[in-house]
Ligand binder design. Structure first.
Ligand code: COA
Length: 372
């Protein structure tokens, strides 16, 4: 068995940012428009008026202040309310592959590697732009990587499940250098006209390079152990698949986008994640006092505060459990990796931290790392 190390991470951040205020102005313009156009049916109580959204509510309920998106104009156009992301020709790089390449380039540079050194590409994400050929195989080709590549989808837990898959293969010797990439185009799967969730998601791509420990050239994190768990629930669901209709027919196909029962998710996922991390730490012989950092899934600030307090047995000190959701919103599988990538350089040799993601499935994945 070989030791495994994380030797590089990279984040691609789209250039367009939408603040809560901008989002709410667009949503409320859409709501007014809808209510005007349907005034008769609303007065006759055949349909309900769309109520206004509020930036204060969004911040208080989620902790989100901004989100990055691939296309801002389409999202903020009250007559449109979804991003304009034209379909690519088959001979052009796909959108996911393109953003993945940016993140991969940064992660490989940090590891001191090139694409040719890679012999496994896993594209692990919630939202895929096509069924096949695998996005990962396209990325493999663009990187000039060898070996093999495949896609996987465990919703918001895709990154940690991808890291476990890659780490297990490196441990066993079937792979030497892997890159796990999480291009998340959440904006294309969000119903921007639904007040309950229109503020939740943003777009981003992250990449994580894993190697044999003995190959790590510079600063790195040893992967001490990984743990994944799943338990079926319909409380976060997206029925988009081969039944998908075109956008024109989307009005009555709401379940072909992200759907959630946020309150139930809150109640059911919190205990699942807290005990998952606690059990993982116990089995690794790690006490709360040994833990220097928690890089959690980035869906909701209250949720993260709760998990941090449960795991540490006290309120986390500033910086112990860094959040990035105020800037990026929920970026599905990429969130915990953005937090790890941006808030891990300062750890000293021997410091221990946990990357943990959770979400639809339900699913939860944790990775115990130690600064090398
Ligand atoms: N603006 C103003 N008011 C809003 C609103 C908005 N954008 N969205 C909802 N409200 C209203 C609701 O209508 C409701 O009003 P009521 O009390 O009169 O019925 C009230 O605010 C509370 O709504 P609720 O949906 O219960 O809010 P919440 O406190 O549960 O927060 C979430 C909503 C989604 C932020 C929260 O449930 C959450 O983050 N859940 C976990 C999500 C998660 O981890 N998902 C995983 C996804 S990968």
């Amino acid at each position: 068995m070989f030791d495994v190390a994380i030797t590089g991470t990279g984040v691609f951040t789209p250039e367009h940012v939408i603040s809560n205020d901008e989002l709410v102005v667009a949503f409320n313009a859409y709501a007014d428009r809808f209510n005007d156009q349907n005034a008769g049916a609303i007065a006759a109580e055949q349909i309900k008026a769309v109520p206004h959204s509020s930036a204060d509510f969004i911040l208080a309920a989620s902790g989100i202040e901004n989100r990055f998106v691939l296309d801002k104009d389409g999202v903020l156009d009250p007559a449109r309310m979804f991003p304009a992301l034209p379909a690519r020709n088959d001979d052009e790089p796909g959108q996911m592959a393109e953003m993945a390449m940016d993140a991969c380039g940064k992660a490989l540079a940090q590891a001191g590697l090139t694409g040719a050194d890679v012999d496994l590409v896993i594209c692990a994400a919630s939202n895929h732009e096509r069924a096949y050929p695998a996005i990962a195989v396209e990325i493999q080709q663009l990187l000039g990587a060898g070996g093999f590549a495949f896609d996987m989808n465990v919703a918001c837990s895709s990154a940690t499940f991808g890291i476990q898959s890659a780490a297990d293969m490196i441990r066993a010797g079937s792979v030497r250098t892997a890159i796990v990439v999480n291009p998340e185009i959440c904006s294309a799967h969000l119903e921007w006209r639904d007040r309950d969730c229109h503020f939740i998601f943003g777009d981003v791509a992250t990449a994580t390079v894993l190697q044999r420990g003995e190959d790590a050239k510079a600063a790195h994190f040893k992967v001490r152990s990984t743990r994944c768990a799943t338990q079926f629930s319909n409380n976060i669901r997206n029925n988009n698949g081969y039944l998908r209709k075109t956008r024109d027919q989307m009005e009555d196909r709401r379940d072909m986008q992200f759907m959630q029962n946020g309150r139930k998710v809150f109640k059911e996922v919190l205990p699942m994640v807290s005990s998952h991390i606690a059990d993982h730490m116990t089995d690794e012989g790690i006490a709360a006092g040994d833990l220097k950092r928690l890089w959690l899934h980035q869906a909701n600030k209250t949720m993260n505060d709760y998990i941090g307090k449960k795991v540490l047995g006290r309120d986390p000190e500033p910086g112990e459990q860094p959040n990035i959701l105020q800037d990026y919103a929920n970026t599905s599988s990429a969130g915990s990796i953005i937090a790890f990538s941006k808030h891990s350089d300062d750890l000293a040799s021997g410091d221990i931290g946990i990357i943990c993601s959770f979400g639809a499935g339900y699913s939860v994945g944790s990775v115990v790392v130690e600064r090398g």
